[in-house]
Design a binder for this molecule. Structure first.
Ligand code: ADP
Ligand code: MG
Length: 631
């Protein structure tokens, strides 16, 4: 006997211990999902074996009839699930049933609160997998042997979820994995044929492999040893649409996505012609905890001619649609594709183009038909979709149609509008779609840049997501209308601005020429230009970004990322109607003029959400002015 064969007791990785503890306590009302998870794993293991056997069919060891066997024992209160799939080596067992490999897990676990309802949702987003066995069992045994390994290299794993597990090498004839659940006393209901049948029908009807169970004896002597297939066992996506019920689509989604919640929507299509493939795409209701983790697995389950090839084939959808789950089954790809081949394959590229369109159409339909559900989608995945215009230039109009924005029209940050809504409300003579970008909704709403829009009753879209200004760099127009940042360039309100408004501004510029020059001289190297504003009604001054300069929000993001940003000076616009500006114009002392101009400039920076270069100097200046007041 080798040393390895000896029984070894190992501790679970800390994250597993935490997850086990939380899961057992918070998933009580979802406890029946354990069976779905274990059958899912068994089905994955069969898939993996079939794939490996494409290259080496000796792996079948003479048994190529892949199936999953479910048995129960009422007397001993156990359930046993057996597959003849790929199986696990001793190392696999220690790795797979003792740790969690997903990055970000520890961080995720800190978000759990102990509140059963909240936690069960979060854990649902995480996906529970194998460990869910412990919701109903107080002891679990696993017997397994990897396909092609000698029978002396079987492994037995056991744990009572008390922080430790044991592994030992055992002799095992059968290839694949057998899991024995020693049910808790309170979970006797599951050691029952009728109950198990019901669960398999409910959760695992349309997995690709048969689940067989012993026929219950009807009468003494009947049934007995006879096995019976208790699920439909045809892969769901291979069925014609009209033969699949909504509930089937939903439970299949849970099987592939490891989600507790129903999907928001799905799209099932069989394509024939130059390319032949079937796709089944789902929109989840909730974002996974690691959606912004670059390494997090994403992509579709890839099948080729019904044979499972790989999980997380990410080449079939663009990154900005990474929340989509589903299956792609192609007839055109070769069975021995690899991830590398997928990357440069023109068939894959064509499928990707078609699937992208499908997802965008599915979203469009959802937005039109079920706006409330779409709102839910937007809340979860909106910021991901915003990556779209940059990544997928050719679909940018379609993506733009799906975007939602806060707006001065609704007031509430959560109450968003579409670009079509906006266009429907545009004023007569208004030619552009106006938006304001700021660090927060509140900062945007109180920005002086909105004053003239308020006066004229023109709607402005409010963008306060970090990604917004960057995204707008890739969206120059929608429906033939240009986007215009209200803090950028000369403000052109189109025909909403009357001839009179324009004349007034021209005359003011002439009349206050000296003032403008004096301010420019005083602020010297801080401003590009000083001019009379048409933006303000209540504030004395504001800053404007030059047409081709980088916006303030973008600048901050780049600087935070340690990037060098090109230097550019703002344009300083002043409101000559404002008493403070009029006071400034009358100032004869150059020194005091300089002080006042500097204060106005710093205030304008502050209300644009910028940090002052020299906050101390601003405070000192302001205090000098305040002291004068009290004299
Ligand atoms: P997931 O299925 O999401 O990877 P699980 O917790 O369900 O997570 O399973 C962990 C791992 O354990 C699987 O990825 C697989 O490698 C292994 N595993 C679980 N059940 C089986 C099985 N029946 N046969 C072979 N391997 C299995
Ligand atoms: Mg699993």
């Amino acid at each position: 006997m080798t040393v390895e064969a000896q029984k070894e007791t190992l501790g679970f990785q800390t994250e597993v211990k935490q997850l086990l503890h939380l899961m057992i306590h918070s998933l009580y009302s979802n406890k029946e999902i354990f069976l779905r998870e274990l059958i899912s794993n068994a089905s994955d293991a069969e898939d993996k074996l079939r794939f490996a056997a494409l290259k080496d069919d000796s792996l079948y060891e003479g048994d190529s009839e892949l199936k999953i066997r479910l048995a129960y024992d009422e007397k001993n209160n156990t359930i046993t699930l057996t597959d003849n799939g790929i199986g696990m080596s001793r190392e696999d067992v220690i790795q797979n049933l003792g740790t969690i490999a997903r990055s970000g897990t520890a961080e995720f676990l800190t978000q759990l609160t102990g509140d059963e309802k909240k936690d069960s949702k979060l854990i649902g987003q995480f996906g529970v997998g194998f460990y869910s066995a412990f919701i109903v069992a107080d002891r679990v045994e696993v017997f397994t042997r990897k396909a092609s390994a000698p029978k002396e290299e079987g492994v037995r794993w056991e744990s009572a979820a008390d922080g430790e597990f044991t592994v030992e090498t055992v002799t095992r004839e059968a290839r694949g994995t057998e899991i024995v659940l020693h049910l808790k006393k309170t979970e006797k209901e599951f050691a029952n044929g009728f109950r198990l049948r019901g669960l398999v029908k409910k959760y695992s009807d349309h997995i690709s492999f048969p689940v067989v169970m012993q026929k219950e004896a009807q009468e003494e002597g009947e049934g007995g040893d006879e096995l019976e297939t208790i699920n439909d066992a045809t892969a769901l996506w291979t069925l014609p649409r009209n033969e699949v019920k909504d509930d089937d689509y939903k439970s299949f989604y849970k099987h592939i996505a490891h989600d507790f919640e129903d999907p928001l929507s799905w799209s099932h299509n069989k394509v024939e012609g130059k390319l032949e493939y079937t796709s089944l795409l789902y929109l989840p209701a909730r974002a996974p905890f690691d959606m912004y983790n670059r390494e997090a697995p994403r992509g579709l389950k890839l099948y080729i001619q019904r044979v499972f090839i790989m999980d997380h084939a990410e080449q079939f959808l663009p990154l900005y649609l990474r929340f989509v789950k589903g299956v792609i089954d192609s007839n055109d790809l070769s069975l021995n594709v690899s991830r590398e081949i997928l990357q440069n394959d023109s068939t894959v590229e064509s499928i990707k183009t078609a699937l992208t369109k499908r997802v965008l159409d599915m979203l469009d339909k959802l937005a039109k038909k079920e706006p409330e559900k779409y709102q839910g989608f937007w809340k979860e995945f909106g910021t991901v979709l915003k990556e779209g215009p940059a990544e997928d230039f050719s679909n940018r109009e379609k993506i733009a149609k799906l975007l939602r924005f806060a707006s001065t029209h609704t007031g509430e940050p959560d109450h968003t509008v579409s670009l079509d809504d906006y266009i429907g409300r545009m004023k007569d003579g208004q030619k552009k779609i106006f938006f304001i970008a700021a660090d927060s909704h509140a900062a945007a709403k109180s920005s002086p840049h909105l004053e003239v829009f308020r006066k004229k009753g023109i709607e402005v879209l409010i963008m306060s997501d970090r990604i917004d200004e960057w995204m707008m760099g890739y969206l120059s127009e929608y429906d033939g209308k240009q986007f215009q940042d209200v803090a950028r360039g000369q403000l052109d309100l189109g025909d909403v601005e009357t001839e009179e408004d324009k004349k007034q501004q021209e005359e003011a510029t002439k009349a206050h020429k000296d003032l403008l020059e004096r301010i420019k001289a005083s602020l010297a190297d801080q401003v590009e230009e000083v001019r009379v504003t048409n933006r303000l009604t209540d504030s004395p001054a504001c800053l404007v970004v030059g047409d081709f300069d980088m916006g303030a929000q973008m600048r901050k993001i780049m600087e935070a990322a340690g990037q060098k940003v090109p230097d550019s000076k703002p344009i300083f616009e002043i409101n000559v109607e404002h008493p403070l500006v009029q006071r400034l114009e009358k100032e004869t002392s150059d020194e005091r003029f300089g002080e006042l101009a500097a204060v106005l400039f710093d205030q304008a920076s502050l209300s644009s959400g910028q940090q002052l270069k020299d906050p101390g100097a601003y405070v000192a200046r302001l205090n000098r002015l305040l002291l004068e007041l009290s004299h």
